[in-house]
Design a protein around this ligand. Structure first.
Ligand SMILES: Nc1ncnc2c1ncn2[C@@H]1O[C@H](COP(=O)(O)OP(=O)(O)O)[C@@H](O)[C@H]1O
Ligand SMILES: [Mg+2]
Length: 323
């Protein structure tokens, strides 16, 4: 019987995927058989998937990731994204099976989070990874005559799965609005009303700003636990949401992270640095940061990830007070 990390078990039960948990041992064995894998130890820090170190028959180090099934075809988006990235800035996809929610990935080294890098240095490295993602050629952003009208929000056909579509920045903004609206009350108002309203207004502003002409591939969750060291000392991303968005969307995630360091100075300084380095719009980064900070602060509160959940919401409160 293979050990399943407690957080993965809890998450699966929370979203009603107990049948997946029951089937997991057979699923693991099936992938190992079909892809010729020798299984090692599971990664204890996984939350959304069972992730286990493996070795292929030819000795290649790899990682098997089996996603907890979720309604919005998360596995198809992750597979599609990594397929398009083809190893650039991201872990290489070696095998995939969307039906089983299974990915076989190039095995990378430790997470940036475990390397004790100073926060400003991490910010530069993560922003560079966001730029690398942005450069991934994406079938619907290559053509000069990009037919914006043919691709309204939520209708971006993907390459591996012609029937699947990437979510867009509009979907993300709308999900933030729904989630913040519901959870702020449910959790007993864990941040100020002003911070909650500011987050909702920011998400609404980014929703309205949707412009297919500026849309490209985005990772959706670039942070120091999803950036792993390669053998050459550079970093590659894992765990993409996979969406189509303006470039500021991924940079907004970097505004929500490291909330204590953010408050130590003027929060706008980080935002302006990110905008200047990438030639993007500081106001748009700021707004994605406002929305993502509260949405993720609430998500982490639900998951009991403290003290970071409280720190994110405290940052939201402080920024709302000073606005
Ligand atoms: N390609 C990889 N190489 C090495 N470790 C990995 C790889 N992919 C994932 N991991 C490890 O598994 C953990 C969880 O994987 P991740 O894809 O981030 O799933 P989750 O959605 O649960 O965060 C990572 O934080 C990392 O420790
Ligand atoms: Mg992760």
């Amino acid at each position: 019987m293979r050990e399943i990390p407690a957080a993965v078990r809890a998450k699966a039960l929370d979203i009603g995927a107990s049948a997946w948990l029951d089937d997991l041992p057979a699923l693991i064995e099936g992938c190992a058989r079909d892809w010729g894998l020798r299984l090692g130890d599971p990664f204890p820090d996984a939350t959304e998937a069972y992730v286990v170190s493996t070795t292929r028959l030819d000795g290649t180090p790899a990682v098997l990731k089996l996603l907890i099934p979720r309604p919005a075809s998360a596995a198809a988006h992750e597979i599609e994204f990594l397929h398009l990235a083809a190893g650039r800035g991201c872990s290489r996809l070696l095998e995939h099976d969307a039906t089983r929610g299974a990915l076989l990935l190039e095995r990378l080294g430790p997470a940036m989070a475990d390397l004790n890098l100073p926060q400003p240095e991490r910010l530069v490295l993560l922003a560079a990874l966001a730029t690398a993602v942005r450069r991934i050629s994406f079938p619907f952003t290559q053509s000069a005559s990009f037919p914006a009208a043919d691709f309204p929000p939520g209708v971006f056909p993907t390459a591996v799965f012609p029937t699947a579509v990437f979510p867009t920045a509009v979907d993300r903004a709308e999900r933030f609005i729904r989630y913040i609206g519901a959870k702020w009350n449910e959790l007993g108002e864990p941040c100020s009303e002003a911070a909650m309203k500011q987050a909702l207004a920011a998400a609404e502003s980014r929703r309205r700003a949707w412009d297919p002409g500026r849309a490209g591939l985005a990772h959706g969750d670039i942070h120091q636990w999803n950036a792993l060291r390669t053998t050459t000392g550079s970093f590659k991303l894992v765990d993409p949401d996979g969406l189509v968005a303006e470039p500021e969307c991924d940079l907004g995630v970097l505004m929500r992270e490291d909330p204590v360091e953010l408050l130590a100075g003027d929060p706008w300084d980080r935002c302006r640095r990110l905008a200047d380095r990438s030639g993007t719009d500081a106001q748009a980064i700021w707004e994605w940061g406002l929305a993502d900070r509260v949405a993720t602060g609430l998500t982490l509160t639900v998951a009991g990830v403290q003290p970071v959940a409280a720190q994110m919401l405290a940052a939201a409160d402080a920024i709302a007070r000073s606005s």
